[in-house]
Ligand binder design. Structure first.
Ligand code: TYD
Ligand code: MG
Length: 461
């Protein structure tokens, strides 16, 4: 019996199934399998292992030490971007920049290409979404019209690859991977088979030619780079560009990086003349903070190696309906439930029957447990309608027993607070500072007491 030449590919994770099924056995998604031609295997040559020096007959061995890598990195001149990629882009690396449509990916990468070109690198920007005159118009508006970046509007992978071979650039930006198609495949552009095959060829090109390839990928509603998560495995770095559309801040975050750390963020502000770097994000995130009011606390957080001060806002209100509402923006809702439960159990505070709203100002997302104390302080401040000192910050992790635990890098957090004019801090035991008065908080009872209550309130729910 002849073998069928069709396979079923999951459009969510890229898993290939021999037979159709309602549910992908790899990622568990329903109705994501699509019939595709079996020719979705690697394109072109059979060489599956990247080859930096052209065709070869045997295994090519080199010293592990190699050249001093940092001296060969391409610095973009945008410090916020260079920090996120680990001190500049490494030659021969492939990166994926993901983000919601309209968040500013094309703007960021055009600015990056222009900076590199102005510094003498050969940069090519291939747009599959916009015509070249649209990109030129944008470049003019950004004041980058005289940067020697080569532009092209093209979606055919074969045309792009042959053009890149001829040009031999130091860096090529492909905007976006979802618009590319290869004539070797029957599948439509944007399908997982096309995206995977195109990305694979471009990554192979990056390794073989020692060119930096930056792929743009649009993110779906669920927060995944549309279609193939497989692309994430192929590239050396995955960067997400995120932010709220109605806030001007944009945050570049590395979620994977073979050449640097993954916990650094770069902060930008979307202005009329493009993306501006924000060297001092704390000042930006605290901008517009008025008089001290109940329910707000300033958290001294760390994003990678950098301290950032962020305002946490809480509102504890009488529940309008039977079941109290809990709404959280910018923090983990289960972590909020834990802090509420600890306050309730250890301090006998009647929060259980009340609506609780928590918001991290500026559209930022906090992942650190070190924010627990600032969250608890904001919640209690709202509950007791007692403002916290306007010149104070807080940090510390709360355990289930109600103890406040030490967190990493306290001195960096306090230094940033002092720099921005804060004079006191609620912090766990063991934290000392010459510039800021440290009010030690060792338990949540301690915190409630400090907020002006001599006896913990005993309210019925
Ligand atoms: P864009 O880079 O096209 O987003 P993406 O490539 O992620 O889809 O950014 C588009 C948005 O940025 C658009 O809403 C307009 C805004 N913008 C500015 O506010 N200022 C500018 O200088 C530019 C170029 C864009
Ligand atoms: Mg775009």
């Amino acid at each position: 019996m002849p073998h069928s030449n069709t396979v079923h590919v999951c459009q969510s994770c890229g898993e290939v199934h021999a037979k159709w099924a309602g549910r992908c056995h790899a990622c568990g998604s329903w109705n994501t399998l699509q019939e595709e031609s079996g020719a979705s295997a690697p394109l072109g040559s059979n060489a599956r292992i990247s080859n930096r020096t052209g065709p070869r007959s045997g295994l090519e061995l080199v010293d592990m030490g190699g050249a001093a890598e940092d001296s060969r990195r391409f610095k973009t001149g945008l410090d916020e971007l260079d920090r996120v990629v680990g001190g500049g882009l490494a030659p021969g690396s492939a990166a994926l920049v993901g983000g919601d449509p309209g968040i500013g990916k094309s703007t960021l990468l055009l600015q990056m290409a222009a900076r590199l070109a102005q510094a003498g690198a050969k940069a090519v920007y291939v747009s599959g979404e916009e015509a070249t005159d649209q990109v030129q118009r944008r470049a003019r508006r950004l004041g980058l019209a005289d940067a020697p970046v080569a532009l092209a509007a093209e979606t055919s992978l074969e045309v792009i690859l042959s053009g890149l071979k001829k040009e031999n650039p130091d860096i090529a930006i492909i905007d976006s991977i979802q618009t590319l198609w290869s004539d070797q495949l029957a599948a439509a552009p944007g399908t997982v088979a096309q995206v995977r095959a195109c990305a694979q060829e471009l990554v192979r090109f990056a390794k073989r030619r020692n060119t930096i390839i930056v792929l743009v990928g649009h993110v779906t509603k669920e927060g995944q780079i549309a279609g193939p998560r497989v692309v994430e495995h192929m590239v050396d770095a995955v960067l997400y560009f995120e932010g709220e559309r109605n806030h001007q801040f944009r945050i570049l975050r590395a979620v994977k990086n073979r050449f640097g750390p993954t916990d650094e963020i770069g902060v930008f502000e979307m202005a009329d003349c493009g993306l501006q770097e924000v060297a001092n994000p704390s000042a930006l995130f605290l901008d517009g903070r008025g008089e001290a009011s109940s329910g707000t606390a300033v958290f001294a957080g760390m994003e990678g190696t950098r301290p950032i001060l962020i305002e946490i806002q809480a509102l504890v209100a009488a529940a309008a309906f039977g079941t109290p509402r809990r709404a959280v923006v910018g923090w983990d809702s289960s972590r909020l439930a834990m802090v509420l439960a600890v306050l309730e159990a250890r301090c006998s505070v009647g929060l259980g029957g009340r609506d609780v709203y928590l918001n991290v100002a500026g559209g930022l997302k906090i992942n650190e447990p070190a924010a627990d104390l600032a969250v608890a302080a904001a919640l209690m401040s709202s509950f007791m309608d007692t403002p916290l000192p306007a010149e104070g910050i807080a940090f510390g992790e709360i355990s289930l027993s109600g103890d406040v635990r030490p967190v990493g890098r306290p001195e960096a957090r306090l230094k940033e607070a002092a720099k921005l004019g804060f004079t006191c801090a609620l912090a766990p035991a063991g934290v000392e500072s010459a510039s800021v008065r440290v009010d030690k908080v060792t338990t949540v009872q301690n915190l409630v007491h400090r907020l002006g209550q001599d006896a913990p309130p005993r309210r019925s729910i």
